[in-house]
Design a protein around this ligand. Structure first.
Ligand SMILES: Nc1ncnc2c1ncn2[C@@H]1O[C@H](COP(=O)(O)OP(=O)(O)OP(=O)(O)O)[C@@H](O)[C@H]1O
Ligand SMILES: [Mg+2]
Length: 338
């Protein structure tokens, strides 16, 4: 399987590294198809988009017609053999780039898939990254149902079909999880060896790898941000604090529970914690809540450890990265001293 090129920090290009098990999972899907749309969620910046792009390239290599949709980044592609479908897609894309009605392209894959299969039995992949923001969170479940129908009730026969969807958004996960229409699969940050491979690609002087591991918890975007910030972890923490809107009012309101959760995120699960706080932390992409059994069957790539107090990982609840936790810790400190 050829590995794609990615950019880990501005101007720092590398190839897609590690994630060997995830690549093997792509090969399995290619072989058998996905019986349900696979909906992937996980910490922001853990590598979902990179993985879907890698999956798109790999499936194409394996003879699939591939639709790839990433409305947030304005990237759409139809790597298909049928020239008529390709033309239809490009026309739609041109129109969409003008009027910015991104949902149109997301919905068009249903018709385009049918159009391809009308002529010949084929292998088709639909890969949709962060589409729910474009089509509206309230329509996330309906969209997934449409994808399931494409698999279960095709108008024309197919040889195989692979449907992969990623979402970086806790609300859509809940919405989709209420139905039996998808296979929800979490993906965690990179394992230590994987992050180390990326770390070694970064130019210039670097702090010891063990420090970088403890800050990022294996999150490749945090690695890139640290590099860009000249490895000043406290600056990245400051940025995250502001991005997440961790105001004095917010942390004062929830202080009692947040103080416990920065010590041990599992208290969000086992403790007497208001539902509203959990929702806030999920919506701000600070924690992953309701984590899965660590049986690799349920995960994309390798699952995280059952518990890692240093990285802020509990059995059922975890900080997305240690830097996310550190931002909350600092906000608590700032609010106490103001
Ligand atoms: N396996 C990998 N090899 C090399 N670089 C990677 C890998 N996975 C992720 N990256 C890099 O890490 C950064 C974050 O990854 P990516 O954008 O895929 O995360 P994400 O999970 O899609 O984030 P979000 O939740 O915000 O959508 C990107 O710069 C990406 O190129
Ligand atoms: Mg992404």
């Amino acid at each position: 399987m050829k590995r794609i090129k990615v950019e880990i920090a501005p101007g720092v290009k590398t190839e897609f590294v590690d994630r060997d098990r995830a690549l093997a999972q792509i090969a399995e899907w290619a072989e058998r198809g996905t019986r349900f749309p696979v909906v992937i969620f996980g910490p922001e910046g853990c590598g979902k988009t990179a993985f879907l792009r890698q999956a798109a390239a790999a499936l194409r290599e394996l003879g699939y017609d591939v639709f790839y949709l990433h409305p947030l980044d304005r990237v759409f592609a139809a790597e298909v053999d049928d020239p008529d479908v390709k033309t239809l897609f490009l026309d739609l894309m041109r129109k969409t780039l003008e009027d910015e009605k991104w949902s149109r392209l997301a919905l068009a894959v249903f018709d385009l898939t049918r159009e391809i299969l009308k002529k010949r039995r084929r292998k088709i992949a639909i890969i949709a990254d962060d589409v729910f923001q474009a089509i509206g969170l309230d329509k996330a479940a309906a969209y997934v149902k449409g994808l399931l129908n494409t698999i279960e009730h095709p108008v024309h026969d197919y040889e195989n079909i692979v449907v992969l969807v990623a979402t970086s958004e806790g609300v859509s996960r809940r919405e989709i999880g209420r139905h039996f229409w998808a296979q929800l699969r979490p993906m965690w940050n990179m394992p230590k060896e994987g992050l180390q491979q990326l770390y070694e690609k970064l130019p210039g002087p670097r702090p010891p790898f063990d420090d970088v591991w403890r800050w990022t918890g294996g999150n490749p975007r945090m690695l890139g941000r640290l590099h860009t910030a000249g490895w000043a972890a406290e600056r990245v923490v400051g940025d995250v604090l502001r991005e997440k809107g961790l105001t004095a009012e917010f942390v004062r309101r929830w202080r009692r529970w947040l103080e416990e959760a920065v010590e041990d995120p599992e208290t969000l699960w086992t403790g007497d914690v208001p539902e509203e706080l959990v929702e806030e932390l999920e919506a701000r992409n600070l924690v992953v809540y309701n984590m899965y059994d660590r049986d690799p069957y349920f995960w994309i790539d390798q699952p995280p450890p059952q518990r890692d107090p240093e990285l802020g990982i509990g059995k059922n609840a975890a900080w997305q990265t240690p830097i996310h936790r550190e931002a909350v810790r600092r906000a608590l400190r700032d609010a106490a001293s103001s």
